[in-house]
Design a protein around this ligand. Structure first.
Ligand code: PMV
Length: 341
């Protein structure tokens, strides 16, 4: 790590600064599911994702002696569970920096949070970047990824941009993400179909714990490295049908684990199924889009620019579709000059 604790502390106490970062969320093409180390948040397997330009979190952090406790506001609300998780992450960053100062954090999402669209990924990526910058730390991308991972698995991917691989690893320092192809490599689109804006019924934290109880999880683990290789190859060679088929099959495999673990979690709403069936029908008519779904009800449709309008036209009259969020592959997080407070 390229900063010195002692220097930073004295610099900080004299000059507390605010820092603001915008980080995008992502959609996993090969999912992270299950942890082999709960405390370090080491995943059972590596994963691949695509960062999403228009789904982002903006976060301002200021550490200062004027705050007696952490003051945390997310989307103009204060929720106890979120407060605890954010404050624990600030503790990790304080420990690393060797300071005890409390912080004010204000965070805003451009999309509905806790609905399976990975707001914890963008949220904890933006928090890690803004908090470490506010404390004057100058961490390399790999260290930012390792730090963000401890707060949320997907956040370790969201500190990067473009197409991202999280190398599962087997220790704190070997589990981190990196960009495998930049956003400009391939203009893929994601049409996020919102069918329900209610919060997910069960947190992914509880879900990860139950993965091992599915009889299919062992088979998934045996085959996943091969799947990761195939997905990377399809992205590298821009083979869209190949990628789409792999991504959709992966989503169904992931949901079969959810359905068959002791948790027995049906993560679909009637609208989710309506969209899945319609996508299959559209493909039979030559409009190529492929679905993937996380633990919320909403559906990501991965497609090419030439099909994007047709995908929307094909779905807009479905009874249970509420809205679309159209997005493309996003860049790595950005520091902003304008602060939220
Ligand atoms: O980062 P978490 O703990 O919210 O888990 C994310 C799990 C999935 O979204 C289902 C898959 C993934 O890789 O993002």
């Amino acid at each position: 790590m390229n900063y010195e604790k002692g220097n930073m502390k004295s610099k900080l106490l004299n000059h507390p600064i605010k820092a603001t970062f915008r980080a995008s969320s992502d959609v996993a093409l090969v999912k992270y599911w299950g942890k082999k180390d709960e405390r370090l948040r080491l995943p059972e397997n590596g994963s691949i994702s695509m960062v999403l330009d228009d789904l982002y979190t903006t976060t301002t952090v200021e550490f200062s002696p004027q705050y007696k406790n952490d003051e945390i506001t997310i989307d103009e609300e204060r929720e106890e569970d979120e407060y605890r998780r954010v404050s624990e992450h600030l503790d990790r960053i304080r420990k690393l920096a060797g300071v005890k100062l409390r912080a004010k954090v204000v965070s805003e999402n451009s999309f509905p949070k806790s609905t399976g669209l990975s707001s914890s990924g963008s949220g904890f990526a933006a928090l890690t970047l803004a908090a470490s910058k506010s404390l004057g730390m100058n961490l390399e991308r790999k260290q930012l990824s390792i730090l963000a991972r401890k707060a949320s698995g997907s956040a370790c991917r969201c500190v990067c941009g473009g197409f991202v691989e999280w190398i599962g690893g087997n220790s704190d320092q070997t589990s981190f993400s990196r960009t495998i192809f930049p956003a400009r490599h391939w203009d893929l689109r994601d049409v996020v179909v919102v069918v329900n804006e209610e919060k997910k019924r069960v947190s992914s934290t509880a879900g990860h714990k139950s993965a091992e109880s599915s009889p299919f999880f062992k088979i998934r683990k045996e085959r996943i490295d091969e799947k990761i290789k195939m997905v990377k190859r399809a992205i590298k060679n821009k083979e869209f049908s190949e990628l789409g088929e792999l991504v959709e099959a992966e989503a169904l495999e992931f949901h079969s684990i959810l359905l068959t673990s002791n948790f027995s979690y049906i993560a679909w709403h009637p609208g989710t199924v309506e969209v899945m069936l319609k996508v299959e029908e559209m493909r039979s008519k030559g409009v190529e889009a492929y679905f993937t779904i996380n633990t919320g009800f909403n559906v990501h449709l991965i497609t090419l620019p030439k099909y994007e309008e047709k995908v929307i036209k094909g779905l807009e009259n479905l009874a249970l579709v509420k809205k679309f969020i159209r997005t493309k592959v996003g860049e790595e997080p950005k520091e902003l000059r304008e602060h939220l407070f």
